[in-house]
Structure formats: C-alpha cells, structure tokens
Design a protein around this ligand. Structure first.
Ligand SMILES: *[C@@H]1O[C@H](CO)[C@@H](O)[C@H](O)[C@H]1NC(C)=O
Ligand SMILES: *[C@@H]1O[C@H](CO)[C@@H](O)[C@H](O)[C@H]1NC(C)=O
Ligand SMILES: *[C@@H]1O[C@H](CO)[C@@H](O)[C@H](O)[C@H]1NC(C)=O
Ligand SMILES: *[C@@H]1O[C@H](CO)[C@@H](O)[C@H](O)[C@H]1NC(C)=O
Length: 957
C-alpha cells in the first residue's frame, strides 16, 4: 500500500517548509553592535574621549541596573526567527515523527487543504504536500492514514480552572479562589496547579490541548494566569506544563534584556462575585481597581524617573536609591507597561462601563472580557476600551443563573461577530462546563448564527491570539506547535469526537491500531470509519429575525408563541412523523409515498393530528406552514433541574426557596412528616422554561429541588409553555413520583443513616400512606444516586421490601454516573436509570468511576445500559440545560456508533423518561413538535410549532 499522494491529486496549497532566510541582523542592530564594540575597546584601553566622560560615583552594579532599565520598554513577543524553528522548546526526545496522510486539513478561515501534515521535533514541519526529503531518512516515522478525516489545530480554552479546581472535587484540591483580599495581583495560578486533576485526560479526549488557567473570580484582582499544555510531562511537574513561562518565574535573574519578553496573564473580575464575597458594591469594585492602578502607576513613574537618571548616567541622583520595586504591585506595573494580557470576568453594561473607564484612565488594553452576557448589547462601549475592543469569551447557552447573566443570548456570538468583535467560546471548566465539551459551545454558536469559520476559530486561533500565542497555537501552520486533532466527523457536527489528539507532536489517545506494518515505519489507520454524511458542515436554520428581536427588546425578547390556532394548520413538506403505534411504541411514519426525498402533509385541528400523507383537500382555510423537509416528533421532557422553581438561581427572591429535607430532621412540625409537592411552588412563564419550550421540550417534571442537592418530595409534571396553573393543560400530573437523594454530602447524614431512614419508612408503611404506595409500586420511587456501592445497597433494599410485601417496587436511579458497573444487576432488578447529565462530568468522588465514552471507552453509560435492556432516560442538572435536550439525544445517538437506534435515542428524552418518572400512562397526551428544515436528528432543524391535543391548539413560534 502506498501512502504517497499522486501528482494529479496534488493539493491546491503547497505548504512545504520555507528555507531559513540568511541570518542577517537588521542594520540598526549592526550599527549598535559596532558602536558598543568601539566603546568597550575605548574603555578597556582606558582612553577617555571628551564625549565619553567618566561617570560620577558609578555604582558597582551599574550594568545590572542599566540592563533592567533598558528592559522596561521591551514588549513581549516571539523571539526573532521563531517561525523558522524546527524543534520546539517542549519537544520530548522520544517522540516519533508523524506523517498524517489523506487528511482534510483546516487551515483557518475558509481555507482547507486535502493532503498531508508532517510533525517532528514537536512542531509542524509541512502541510499540504510533504516533500519526501523531509522524512525519508528519519527513523521511526509513524504514518497515519486519516482516511479523509478533518484535521484541525488543538482547541485552546481561554478560560479554565483545570488544576486549580481539580476533579474529583475535593476539599483538599480547591485552589481556585483565595479569600484573603479583593486585590491580590501577586497570586499565581501555577502555585495551585494540581498535576493530579483527572480532567486533563478527559479534556484532551475532547480535543483540548492547551488552556489558560485563571484564578477564580472571587477577587477584583485574583492573580496571575498561565497557559498550560494538558499532556502529561516527563518531569511530572506543574511548571513543566506551562507554555512559555514568563521570564523571572524561576530565579528572577533569567531576564535576557536582548530577548523579547514572554506574555504574562492576569485575571480581574467585576460585578457580583467579588462584591458578594467581600460584602462590597459595584462602587467598591471599581474603586478597588482605581486604587490598585493608582499605586501601580506611581511605582511605574518612580521606576521611570530612576531609569531616566541611570540611562543618562546621572548616578549622583541615585545615590542611596535602589530600583523602585514592590512585589505586591509589580504585576500591575507590567500591565501598565503593556506586558500582561488582562482577562476580565465582566457581565453587565454597568460593569463594562466601569472597567472601560479604568482602562482609559490608566491606559492599558484588555485581552478579553469573559462571560460577558451583556456584551452583545453594548458593542460601542466595548470599542471604547483603551487599545480597542477586547475579544469576548462566552458560553453558548449557559445563562440566567444570576442577575448579571439574565440577558445572555444564544445569538450573542453572531451579533458580536457582525460588529467586528472577536468571539471566543470558553468553558470555565469544571463548572458550569466540562472543557471536554468546549467544541459543543462552538457548535451551538454556529447553530445560532455564527459562521462556520468564526465558530471554529472561536476555540482555536481567536483564543490563541487573545492570549498572545498566535505565533505557535491555534492554527495549523509550519513552525507552530504540533497540537493537532483528527476528528471522526466535521468538528461542528454535534457529537464530533477526536480520533487522535497530538500535543507537542505526541499522540494522546491510545488504541490498538487496526493495521501495523513494520518495515521501519509504523502505518496506522485511525480507529473509526467515518460516517460519510457527518463529514460536512451541518446545515443551519436562519435565526436572523430572532437575533434582531433580542436587540430590539434589549435582551428580553418575548418567548411565547406568535400565533395560536384552534382551527386547521396544514404542515406541508413533511418527511416523517414520529407517533406512538398501537403497541404504544414510538415509530416513525415516513410521508410522501415511495419516492426518496419526497414529502407529505400533516393536518392538525384543535392540536390533534387528523390527517397524514395527502391532506390538502381537507385543509380548507387552514393556516399553511412549510416544514421544508422537516418532521414532527413528540415533545421532549426535562428532568433533574429545579425547572419552574428558580427563575434566577442565585436570587432567592426569584426562587421557590429551601426545600425541607425530612431526612435531615429540620423540617417544621407543621409538615407533620408530609412530603412537599413541587407543583405547588411552580412559577410559569420563566425564561429557562420558555426557551426550553421553544427548543421542543414541552414537558418538565420537577422535584422539590435540584437533582444535585438533597431533596425529598413529590415531583410533578407540567407544560413548559403554559402561562399559569389555572390554565387548561398547564399541569399534566400533579404528582408523578417520589424523589429522594442518597448521596455523599457533608450536610447529609451518613449513607447508612439515609438508607436506614428509607428502610424504616418503607418497611413500616401502612396502607393509607405514601410510603406504602412506594413499597407497592403504585408510585415510582426515584433516587438521585451516583455511586455504584450505594446503588447496589439499594438493589438489595428493593429486594428486601419486595419480599416483605410480596410487591414489586418501581425504582429509578437518577444521576447514576456509575450505574454501568451494575448494568446487569440493575436490569435483573428491573430498575430504570436516568443519566443526568447525559454526558459524563465526574465532578464528585462518588461519580469518578463513570464511563467516559468515546474516544476513551467504546461504550457510553447510555449505550451499555441499553444493551442490557435497562429502561434509560436522560436528564439535566441546571435549568438552562433543558433547552439542549434534543442536542443531548442526538449526541447520545451519534456517540453510540450504531449501537442504539434513532427510536431509542428519541425515547431517552421522551417516552422512557416519562415512564420512569410516573408519566408513562398511554392515555396521557404528549404534545408534538414540528421541526423545520430537517428531522429531529438534524441539529440545524428549527422548532416552528407545538401541537397540543390537551390544550386543543397548535402554537406557531
Ligand atoms: C482518502 O480518504 C477517502 C475517504 O476514506 C478515500 O475515499 C480516498 O480514496 C482517500 N484518498 C487517498 C489518496 O488515500
Ligand atoms: C536562573 O534561571 C535560568 C533559567 O532556568 C538559568 O539559566 C540561570 O542559570 C539561573 N540563574 C541563577 C543565578 O540561578
Ligand atoms: C464569516 O464572517 C467573517 C466576518 O464577518 C467573514 O470575514 C467571513 O467571510 C465569513 N465567512 C463566511 C463563510 O461567510
Ligand atoms: C435484550 O432484549 C433483546 C430483545 O428482547 C434480547 O434479544 C437480548 O438478549 C436482551 N439482552 C440482554 C443483555 O438481556
């Protein structure tokens, strides 16, 4: 087998390595060297020329002082000749050179080349067509056939707490926030960088190769940040992970005044976080900055005055003086000298306004505003930042958890890009997002209007540039670090997963290669055969109107339906409809007859489907909606968050309040041991709820608190699109299940105490009690549980209770990170499982044995449990995540690599989750959702209508 490209398929771009140009110093430098040489000669020979008079009281360390002074105005940047390097400073000597052949190589923007990529010495040596001379005499070259797969640069995460907020989350490893004061520029995230974080491996499995590790946002000035590479190092130290460690980090004397400096990075924070932590206001926040920078500016001026004297040889002025220095302020002085990339956590217009004024007052630029939920509303203000608008580093859909995030919009990336502002998607790992899924944010930004090039750049070249590493990260370019990802599908496709990830040229994913021929070289085929239709940029819907509307309404657009029809609505160009068949199973009916790609019609009256196929003749005076090859599918159900119980999570006045936990023995006497009903506290019309509704999630089942926290109470099911409880059809079923948590929490009683309590309640229950219903399976019991050990205890408890009452309980485990370890036992015990969140993020110790899924394991939690015939649903943890339920189902389907069917994937978020939570009665009507521009499984398809037989209406969005 030959891997050489044939001449006729030579790529359009040839990126062979350029010959190194002849090394000639610039003319000015040559003159300077000459002048210095003559001066030194003159000094050595003791000749004193009139214009070179002997300095008065020249101190012994004058040369050191002069070097330090000359270095003051030097700005950071790559050393001369960096682009021509053939070996990286991070090269690990045993790394074999690697030639990737037949890749679809993304070069940034719209530039793509089909061909080869050669890495050696930890750097990219050639792209496109690789001249044979470059590798034919190299021993041990690994040749990897990408079989046409997409090849991109490694993902650069501009906002991460990897290593400082390590996973699993342990009290002994929470080093992200110092609470010793609001202004602490002297702190360094490097000093807390834990090499044992389990997330390095999982993030690499998502294609992340480098991350800017920032201190947390508890402080106005939280400290210095460092860019790290995520791979393990030979030295196994924190320092070895740091990319281009700033000079001076080791011994303070390693500054070479002739060399360009390296960038430093610092974290600042406006708004709520520092205000809450330090009991201060926004006024105090801005004063903190002003106070700190006033002191730093005074120190800088003192240094400048000192150096002005030194550089003019006026040593007399400096008698008894040392170079002005203050460890507490030196980092801020470097900010003022333009040597530090300033990263500011800042959300709201009022906070940008304050910080932008600070930058103009003290004249320093900002690398990026982070989180920045209102940035899209104030582009002109951002452009007033000293030095120009910073990059805006965002989440795609995480919003509304606090006031300053309330107006966050999924259209923000597109709106900002249209304003010419650079867009970065970032994780804030580990919370709220696992950086393993950072590409998911870029995908969502793309689905909501950011164009494909900018979406890919938002996690590669744009963050690399914002952090000052454009010379080596974020782009596939000759001379750049060999941080390369080979993807199983186009990276903007939901579920895209790396087949291989290289960091500094070192392959990070290990697998048994399919094909190894050893004739001095190793030939590898990547593990997965790519799914053809996922190799292209996914189609997207048009959200121009929605993006305009969010601006028009200043961040709070109306989210209800635009039209409500009781009468006929005719959906045309429908490719299929998913409905329950006679055996109450979901099945897909394709419309439009035998011809492939032909479509049919669906006629709806009073929210009921009354005709499918050819219906126009019945549709007299119906409202006609073109689904453009779309489809109709059951509305989805969300479970696991406090949906409906909290509008702004961190604002107690918007939330239901504390749900008493009867286990903790702190419930008031008035409750008399009675469980709470979540439905009594539900507030309708909330933005998370309506956005979920607009995303096809028509039902919410909520327990009295969030899945993550302790809770005990009765879940209820209601419609996300309803306006109040009195409205017809708003509450679907007031009590669906009993939900409790048995988890490791410091405020909880011990696991054995929790289990003892549950055993007591079930085993001593009397016929008219709720616990009797649970013991007898007339009411489902849902237990939020993560650990396999606790789950196995509960399996035994279930058997015990069933033996006592000769009953069969209906038990569901929710959360269930480690359920896969007991898949067979869970199946045998007829227990259901709701995996929540659907993609594993083992934040806690009790979740750490989760199944990570491809590319780390063949199976996922979902596919393995389904293979054992367990009824599996998926859920969420946060209210904002409900909107992504369809994406989660598509992800689960794609990740399973054919092991689960589309029907199973759809059931995960609809009929199965309903059944497990006590909403499985076939007599209950489930709303249907009309998707335009594709079927349920096309992520770019858009929800345009909700068909509700219960409410008797069709709502058009
Ligand atoms: C590249 O890979 C694609 C997809 O597997 C295949 O169709 C094509 O023949 C390959 N081309 C070369 C030159 O190997
Ligand atoms: C300081 O560190 C640099 C870089 O590690 C090293 O080259 C230099 O020798 C060190 N100097 C002293 C005085 O230890
Ligand atoms: C994406 O947007 C950028 C900035 O507006 C523009 O330069 C580029 O041409 C766009 N790309 C496509 C494919 O539309
Ligand atoms: C799951 O169910 C299918 C169909 O009923 C059956 O063929 C298969 O053996 C079952 N798998 C297990 C692991 O029980």
């Amino acid at each position: 087998m030959s891997f050489k490209l044939e001449d006729d398929v030579l790529p359009a771009y040839i990126y062979a390595p350029p010959l190194p140009p002849p090394r000639r110093r610039p003319r000015m430098v040559r003159l300077l060297v000459l002048a210095l040489a003559s001066y030194t000669l003159v000094r050595l020979w003791g000749l004193h020329l009139p214009w070179c008079h002997a300095p008065i009281s020249r101190p012994a360390n004058a040369d050191k002082i002069l070097a330090q002074c000359r270095a003051l105005p030097v700005l950071p940047g790559p050393p001369a000749g960096f682009a021509e390097r053939t070996e990286s400073d991070r090269f690990e000597p045993d790394t074999p050179p690697t030639l990737i052949v037949n890749g679809t190589i993304w070069l940034g923007g719209e530039r793509v080349v089909e061909g080869e990529l050669y890495m050696d010495g930890g750097v990219i040596r050639a792209i496109g067509y690789v001249p044979k001379e470059l590798y034919e005499n190299e021993p041990g070259v690994v040749v990897v056939n990408a079989q046409g797969a997409w090849v991109t640069p490694g993902i650069v995460d501009l906002h991460s707490h990897l290593g400082v907020d390590s996973l699993p989350g342990l009290e002994g490893a929470a080093d992200g926030n110092s609470l010793l004061g609001p202004v602490q520029p002297w702190l360094r995230s490097l000093d807390g960088l834990n090499t044992r974080d389990t997330a390095y491996t999982t993030s690499i499995a998502g294609g992340v190769t480098s991350a800017l590790v920032l201190p947390g946002s508890a402080n106005n000035i939280g400290g210095q940040a460092f860019m790290i590479k995520l791979r393990p190092t030979t030295e196994r130290s924190s320092s070895a992970m740091v990319l281009e460690p700033p000079y001076g980090l080791w011994n303070g004397t390693d500054v070479d005044p002739e060399e360009r400096l390296r960038w430093r990075h610092i974290k600042h924070a406006c708004g709520e976080n520092p205000a809450r932590v330090y009991g201060q206001t926004r006024m105090d926040n801005v004063y903190r900055f002003r106070q700190a920078y006033t002191a730093a500016a005074a120190l800088r001026d003192a240094q400048d005055a000192y150096c002005a004297s030194a550089l003019t040889g006026d040593w007399k002025q400096l008698v008894n003086q040392v170079f002005p220095y203050d460890l507490a302020l030196e980092a801020l002085v470097d900010v003022l000298r333009g040597k530090v990339k300033v990263n500011v956590h800042c959300y709201e217009a009022v906070d940008f306004d304050g910080f932008v004024r600070i930058t103009n007052e003290f004249k320093f630029p900002v690398a990026a505003f982070h989180h920045a939920h209102e940035a899209y509303l104030v582009p002109d203000l951002l452009k007033k930042t000293w030095g120009g608008a910073p990059a805006i580093a965002m989440f795609a859909t995480f919003a509304r958890y606090k006031r300053e995030a309330y107006r966050g919009s999924e259209f923000a990336p597109k709106i900002l890009a249209d304003e010419g502002i650079r867009v970065v998607m970032k994780s804030d790992h580990p919370m709220p997002e696992n950086s393993r899924h950072l590409m998911f944010d870029a995908q969502q930004a793309y689905f909501y209007g950011l164009n494909a090039s900018l979406a890919l750049e938002s996690v590669t070249s744009t963050p690399a540039d914002a952090a000052g590493f454009a010379h080596r990260l974020g782009q596939l370019k000759v001379g750049h670090d060999a941080d390369v990802v080979v993807w199983d599908s186009h990276p903007l496709q939901l579920g895209a997963t790396p087949l291989q990830v290289y960091v500094d040229g070192i392959a990070q994913l290990s697998y048994a290669p399919k094909n190894v021929i050893d004739n001095g070289r190793t030939y590898l085929f990547l593990k997965e055969k790519q799914v053809e239709e996922l190799q292209v940029v996914p189609p997207v819907a048009d959200y121009e109107a929605e993006a305009r509307e969010v601006l028009e309404y200043d961040g709070e657009p109306p989210l209800g339906p635009k039209e409500v029809h009781e009468g006929g609505v005719l959906f045309k160009n429908v490719q299929s409809i998913w409905q329950r068949d006679t055996s109450n199973e979901l099945s897909e009916q394709t419309l439009g007859g035998k011809e492939p790609l032909s479509t049919g019609e669906v006629l709806v009256k009073n929210g009921n489907v009354i005709c499918t196929g050819s219906c126009a003749h019945l549709a007299f005076s119906a409202r006609v909606v073109d689904l453009r090859n779309g489809s109709i599918a059951p509305g989805l159900t969300t479970f696991g968050s406090a949906m409906g119980l909290a509008e702004i999570k961190f604002e107690s006045s918007t939330a239901d309040g504390y749900a008493y936990d009867l286990f903790s023995n702190n419930a008031p006497v008035i409750l008399n041991g009675k469980a709470l009903r979540a439905v009594d506290g539900i507030q309708f019309g909330g933005r998370d709820m309506l956005i979920a509704y607009r995303s096809g999630v028509t039902t919410a089942i909520t327990a009295p608190a969030r899945l993550e926290f302790e809770m005990l109470g009765l879940s209820g099911a209601f419609r996300t699109g309803a306006w109040n409880k009195a409205e017809k059809g708003s509450v679907i079923k007031p009590v669906t299940a009993m939900v409790i948590a048995i988890r490791h929490r410091d405020i909880q009683p011990s696991i054995s105490a929790q289990v003892a309590g549950l055993r007591q309640l079930l085993s001593t229950s009397k016929e008219d009690e709720m616990w009797w219903d649970l013991a007898h399976g007339t009411l489902p019991l849902v237990i939020s549980v993560e650990s396999a050990d606790i789950m196995s205890t509960l399996i035994l408890l279930k058997q015990e209770i069933e033996a006592q009452f000769s009953s069969s309980m209906r038990l569901t485990f929710a959360g269930a990170s480690e359920a896969w370890m007991l898949a067979k036992n869970i199946a045998d015990a007829d227990i259901g499982v709701i995996i929540a969140p659907s993609r594993p993020t083992p934040l806690e110790w009790e979740q750490k044995r989760t199944l990570p899924g491809v590319p780390l394991t063949d199976d996922s939690n979902i596919s393995l449990l389904l293979a054992h015939n367990v009824t599996v649903g998926i859920g969420v943890v946060w209210e904002w995540q409900a909107r992504n339920t369809r994406f989660d189902a598509i992800w689960a389907y794609r990740e399973a690599r054919g092991k689960i069917t589309k029907r199973q994937a759809l059931e995960l978020a609809s009929s199965s989750v309903n059944k497990l939570l006590g909403l499985g009665d076939p007599k209950l009507q489930v709303d249907l959702v009309a998707y335009q521009g594709g079927d349920f499984f096309s992520p770019g398809a858009k929800v345009v209508g909700i068909l509700s037989a219960d409410k008797g209406v069709t709502e058009l969005l």
